[in-house]
Design a protein around this ligand. Structure first.
Ligand code: ZN
Length: 136
């Protein structure tokens, strides 16, 4: 894995949290994007070479809605940049990690993503993300 690409934070209200994080980081978010298949609306902040991704649920059965019901707002996942997601998924599987998706899926920010089950990663939801070269 390369660098930490972003840290995902679950929020109840994206607009309110955009204001809070703009105050905290001293700069505004640079984009908002909805990922229909995941039931989330996201916004991104640049922090040096890394990003903060805020995630708000758009449906009641969204993973973010479930997370907030259980744990409240806060850090949801850590995403690592990888060069070859399929290869990295195969390597992690062989190491005994449980992947939440068998195949890479389309995530926000033009990325192919896959998640590792927190119960096999020390309680942390880990996301792998690879820059998607076939721009849509
Ligand atoms: Zn993410």
């Amino acid at each position: 894995m390369d660098k930490i690409e972003h840290i995902g934070i679950a929020v109840k209200n994206l607009e309110a949290s955009n204001l809070l994080y703009a105050k905290l980081l001293g700069k505004a978010h640079y984009k908002i994007e909805e990922v229909l298949t995941e039931g989330v609306r996201t916004s991104f902040f640049e922090v040096g070479p890394n990003k903060i991704e805020l995630l708000e649920a758009t449906t009641e059965d969204s993973p973010i809605a479930k997370f907030i019901n259980k744990k409240g707002e806060g850090v949801h996942h850590i995403a690592f940049a990888v060069e070859n997601i399929e290869k990295e998924m195969a390597r992690l599987k062989e190491e005994g990690f449980i992947l939440l998706n068998e195949k890479p899926k389309q995530g926000a920010d033009n990325k192919l993503v896959a998640f590792i089950h927190p119960k096999t990663a020390g309680g942390v939801l880990v996301e792998l993300c690879q820059e998607n070269n076939n721009k849509q």
